[in-house]
Design a binder for this molecule. Structure first.
Ligand SMILES: [Zn+2]
Length: 419
């Protein structure tokens, strides 16, 4: 049992968080046993505390990241379809090399933990061995899927794709159902029959599904051309039985009202990737529409289109992008979307996402900064900086109460205005 003493900021819901300037967090057997003001907590648990100089936040969840693109994150900026063909597919082809995959996987998880990300959903390359490696090397709680590509893709990637129910069953069995997602890359890379087979398999096995939906306007036009029988892009997946409460759809930038209604009815989650959308100039997520329809969403980096795996950077872009379009985004919602919402999208809402009693003791320590008396102001300072600075802002990361990353001593940038 360990009693941590620090300032604590704990997200509660879209509108609120709990701030404890002198807080206590008691972790027992990897789970949070108690949370409160330190003075109150120590009366019942009179242990010598571990004093942490900083602010505890729950660890971040990134529900859409291509771990096999991490090494080239932000390196190329082009429209989606030519970007995939010119840069990304050749990069993913390299993951046929298991030694490269092993080394890259270790770097990926190291970098995520350094940035404070303790859980997420990742896309692997088509090669089953690379998905195995990603799972075996994982640090934190991850759901991974081998992307399935059966059409309109390089021959080597299509040949490497595990796509038959038997192949996918053995892969999901080996990885474990709680950590495996059926992952068609997107409609343009799968024939209708293959999508339907994947949908049947996912439903039968009760597995998570992840794919991309309506990321760019050119992609939507191409889907309309290749699937003339469908009502729209969303209907391509719906007809294949791929939409349900365990489905996480990346982007969703170019949807009709019918499609928004369909996602709501099916109970799907959206992975909103603001930094990626900026990088590929794909468009802006219709935040007001998502709120109006009540479609649940969480934030994600979408590395390697997204230039950084830092969820601080993703939160920064989330706030600034929508505020520039005069859509209100409060700090409380921003933190909620990078923590609790992501855990819920993964089906982990009961065991992770914030510092609730009974949940895993997964948390990150951030610098205190000059404006801690106002948590909203402190949070704004926390998100200020370049992607490279934000990737290294955390002072430490804990999983199940064990410190697994020890950072340096970066300070927050000085606020421009005195508080
Ligand atoms: Zn993606």
């Amino acid at each position: 049992m360990t009693l941590f003493r620090a300032a604590i900021l704990n997200p509660i819901d879209v509108r609120s968080w709990q701030f404890l300037e002198d807080g206590g967090l008691l972790v027992m057997d990897g789970r949070i046993h108690a949370l409160g003001r330190f003075d109150d907590l120590v009366k019942n648990y009179p242990w010598e505390p571990v004093n942490l100089d900083g602010v505890i936040l729950p660890g971040f969840a990134d529900i859409h990241i291509h771990w096999v693109q991490h090494a080239v994150r932000g390196r190329y900026a082009q429209a989606l379809l030519p970007w995939l063909a010119a840069h990304i597919w050749p990069e993913e082809a390299r993951y046929a090399d298991t030694a490269l995959a092993q080394q890259r996987a270790e770097t990926f998880y190291d970098d995520c933990l350094t940035a404070g990300t303790v859980m997420g959903m990742s896309y692997s390359s088509p090669h089953p061995a690379a998905a195995h490696i990603a799972h075996a090397a994982r640090r934190g709680d991850w759901i991974t899927g081998n992307v399935v590509m059966t059409a309109n893709a390089p021959a080597d990637l299509m040949a490497a794709s595990a796509k038959s129910p038997a192949d996918l069953a053995s892969l999901s069995e080996a990885i474990g159902r709680a950590h495996y997602a059926v992952t068609p890359r997107f409609a343009l890379n799968c024939a209708a029959d293959d999508l339907a087979a994947l949908g049947t398999f996912a439903r039968h096995e009760g597995l998570a599904v992840q794919t991309h939906l309506a990321e760019s306007a050119a992609e939507v036009r191409e889907v309309e051309r290749l699937f003339p029988q469908a009502l729209d892009y969303t209907d391509v997946y719906d007809a294949a039985g791929l939409l349900g409460p365990r489905t996480v759809l990346g982007h969703c930038l170019h949807l009709s009202q019918r499609e928004w209604s369909c996602l709501k009815i099916r109970g799907c989650w959206i992975a909103h990737c603001p930094s990626s959308n900026e990088a590929l100039d794909s468009g802006r997520f219709d935040l007001a529409c998502a709120r109006r329809h009540g479609v649940p969403f969480a934030l994600a980096s979408d590395v390697g289109a997204g230039p950084s795996h830092s969820m601080l950077h993703v939160m920064q872009r989330f706030r600034r992008q929508h505020q520039a379009a005069s859509v209100r985004v409060d700090p409380e919602e921003t933190l909620f979307r990078a923590t609790i919402a992501g855990a819920r999208a993964m089906g982990r809402g009961a065991v992770a996402g914030n510092l609730g009693v009974g949940k895993r003791g997964d948390f990150v320590l951030m610098p205190r900064g000059a404006r801690l008396q106002s948590p909203q102001s402190w949070f704004e300072d926390l998100l200020d900086g370049t992607a490279a600075e934000l990737e290294r802002r955390a002072l430490g990361t804990w999983i199940s109460g064990q410190q697994i990353f020890v950072g340096g001593r970066p300070a927050l940038p000085e606020p421009l205005m005195p508080c």
